[in-house]
Design a protein around this ligand. Sequence first.
Ligand code: GLV
Ligand code: MG
Length: 327
Amino acid sequence: MSFFTVEPATPRLNRSELAVPGTNPKLFEKAAAAPVDIIFLDLEDAVAPDEKEQARKNIIQGLNEVDWRGKTMSVRINGLDTHYMYRDVVDVVEQAGHKLDLIMIPKVGTAADVYALDMLVTQIQTAKRQPKRIGFELIIETALGMMNIDAIAGASKRNESLSFGVADYSASTKARTTNIGGANPDYAVLTDKDGAGNRAAHWGDMWHYALNRLVVAARANGLRPLDGPFGDFSDAEGYKSSARRAAVLGCEGKWAIHPSQVALANEVFSPAEAELTKARRVIAAMEQAQREGKGAVALDGRLIDIASIRQAEVMVKKAEMIAGQGR
Ligand code: GLV
Ligand code: MG
């Protein structure tokens, strides 16, 4: 282990993160009843320019009046390149900051973007005597943001998570996509011919580099890496497969752009019962080994060591958080 200590962000369950447009307060009650870990009320891309002001009012009222049933609440503000952003922050934090856990910052391009927001939010929270520190969720969704991702991830103590915003990222990098977050058959390799002269096309994951880069930057800074949207909400299997490959890389959760995707994300990002049983056995076996002064032991014919115990502990802790939230 390095002598350098990575401080983990405030621990929160973040398997599912539901996007709810600020324009439609009727959806607030529905979202509050959903078994979702984090809700973000949107002021950005789901809201047309002439609706921004009303959406802001709806969100302030919603944060103050809806019973969110203990859920982690976030608001996605407009980008730093718009003239909406300062009012989003000033009005929402001044009038509902005590009800807010997180601010989601879209299209972060440089560490200075995060610094600027930190300064503004800190001034408002200090002036309004709000003791609870509002955290930041940062969306990495531009080529600039991806290039500066390490500095961005370490830019503020408020930082809690990095989300991969695949839709805007495609626009920014001019990637050829078919549907948001989905695969593209053109991103494939052809096998050599077999005996009968046939060749198969193996699809690749065109988002692999970006997502993996984000996981590394997030984890190296103690933040939660999150996979962003999957546009085709009628394709549950496609969503789950997309979520599974993100989970395999180390992501903590995935966005839901439709309530039907919440349960899918919760399922994929919760430890399975069999994995949990195994994790508990690993911990027990290692405790026994340590009592006997051994660094590694065999369990079910496989070597387990100190690294195995860390992985097992992470899993058991997550299961405890899920049980504690009752969802
Ligand atoms: C999310 O904001 C995205 O652009 O994918
Ligand atoms: Mg976006």
